[in-house]
Design a binder for this molecule. Structure first.
Ligand SMILES: [Zn+2]
Ligand SMILES: [Zn+2]
Length: 149
């Protein structure tokens, strides 16, 4: 009988459980990327690689991208694509929240529904669409950048 501690995913029990619940095989890199995303909401793939890389020297940038794509396909990660910026990822899914983004430093903050609940914004014309969600990005200066301006 081995007493060797299991390395990897067991260090991220919450991540492992979330991956299993989503039907994804739990691997060390997936668990590490998921845990990094929990600690850094609205992170880019590169930022996550920078966060996880030092802990897992053999992890490649590509495996971070692959893990994020797998998470997104499984519906446990949301992609945010602010115009002109890197794609960002977060674990807060399916609540139709919106984002405030600082045009100066890039800080991102969550905003709950703008009006009521999902899709929370009724367009002036729906062209016959059955609307499921609305994604709003508010651009401006965060308080720190506004204070420094
Ligand atoms: Zn700012
Ligand atoms: Zn968010």
């Amino acid at each position: 009988m081995s007493t060797t501690a299991v390395q990897g995913p067991s260090r991220h029990p919450v991540a492992s459980e979330a991956l299993r619940d989503a039907g994804l095989r739990v691997t060390q890199s997936r668990a590490a990327v998921y845990a990094a995303l929990a600690a850094h909401p609205h992170a880019s793939a590169d930022a996550l690689f920078a966060a996880v890389g030092p802990l897992m020297p053999r992890l490649s940038r590509q495996s971070v991208y692959n893990a994020l794509n797998d998470f997104a396909d499984a519906g446990i990660v949301r992609r945010i694509e602010p115009a002109g910026q890197s794609m960002l990822f977060e674990l807060r899914v399916s609540d139709n929240h919106h984002h405030l983004i600082c045009t100066d430093c890039g800080t991102v903050a969550d905003v709950d529904c703008a009006v009521g609940h999902a899709p929370c914004l009724t367009p002036s014309q729906d062209h016959g669409f059955a609307i499921a969600s609305a994604e709003v990005t508010y651009w401006g200066l965060c308080s720190a950048c506004a204070a420094a301006a």
